[in-house]
Write a protein of this length. Sequence first.
Length: 420
Amino acid sequence: MSTTVVEAPTVEAVTTELTSWLEENWNPDMTLAEWWGRLAADRWAHPAMPEEAGGRGYGRSLCAAISAGLAEAGVVGPPIGLGPMLAAPTIAAHGTPEQVQQFVPEILDGSTAWCQLFSEPNAGSDLAGLQTKAVRDGDEWTITGQKVWTSGGHLAKWGMLIARTDLDAPKHQGITYFAFDMEQDGVEVRPLREMTGDALFNEVFIDGAKVLDANVIGGLGNGWRVANTTLMIERANLGGGGKQPVSLSGGPRTGRLGDTVGKLAKRTVGGPDGEAGRGMSINRLIELACDAGRSADPVVRQEIVKLHILGEVNRWNLLRAKAGGSRTGAEGNLAKLAMSELVRRSRDVGNLVIGADGMLAGSASATGGGVQEVTLFSPAPAIYGGTDQVQRNIVGERVLGLPKEPGPAKETPFKDLPQN
Ligand SMILES: Cc1cc2nc3c(=O)[nH]c(=O)nc-3n(C[C@H](O)[C@H](O)[C@H](O)COP(=O)(O)OP(=O)(O)OC[C@H]3O[C@@H](n4cnc5c(N)ncnc54)[C@H](O)[C@@H]3O)c2cc1C
């Protein structure tokens, strides 16, 4: 049987196509919802998604070229947040065609936002120890339990929920993944305030809320596998870099697009959709060093270059992994580790440059407050998406073949395991 190989377009061809599309379609008098609708309809919203799920099936370098093209054109990018980043690719990988049809288009056009209902008070690093229960009742499930650190839970219409559906099965096998409606009785979302001053994440209390059996993603008892897809995508995305256009998370949006661009352009770091999670950019650090009259200081120069090198090595690693396929299976874990290191180092270089001004936040700061925001946010990337220690455990066990941590036998039923 002969197979047809479809050649991927070149970066130049895609950039040219995008430029002429933008000339015809960008109009600052539209609303954000209309703009996102156009990006999604013409498959610019999430080009990495497969074609049958509204994307173009493009690899990392073509997607990076599209993000850079949108950023350089100064337009608002497609919706960001956990919907496009995690839910859409997970549903595309494990969902039925009906589920893809139901959930993905409204993620790509930004009409609904999603959150990730994974962590619990006693199940973070040991995520498979989760205790939120789903009990079947006809063609629906009743959910009871508590989730925590739910980023954007207060804005989300849908949640990627993992819950225990079988107490007799071993802990990794009795878990099911659901698309869970956040806007229903029995769901209480309480904000948690961070040391940055923001309240981006929440506790979510679920008491007898319902989810249709039709919203099981990836099959009953297969939730651990599906959740691992979400986590691998999360790690690779958190580790990825590149030039990004300014944008916002999905959810209903009105108002003139041109005004949105202005507001977003002023915000360089922090906020739900800001850059604090990626640390200070090299360009911003150079600007700060020039403003502070420290651009000739050999230590400052050396630290900025070290940061640049680490960032480039990480970027190339990801590109190499994508181009040559995965060599170790742990590229996402390594990229995530590199990202937490990059954020910490960019915080340290920023503070080295601005010196005592780092003690003043907000409008009191003469340097704009960006370094201070990154400083307060910098512990977070080493925790979310699985802590640095957990990434190292995974690399140690799965790549280096080190022995597993001691613990109960894998086949022990969940109900017989010691619980916190
Ligand atoms: C900003 C932010 C946003 C987040 N958003 C979300 C979200 O949207 N949805 C969601 O579900 N979760 C979210 N999380 C939660 C995050 O995934 C968990 O905090 C993380 O998995 C760690 O779990 P934990 O907080 O329970 O810490 P624990 O698991 O209690 O860990 C405590 C410490 O012990 C270490 N440790 C634990 N086990 C081991 C081990 N086996 N070997 C070595 N060291 C170990 C950890 O590395 C850590 O340092 C978010 C967290 C943050 C900080």
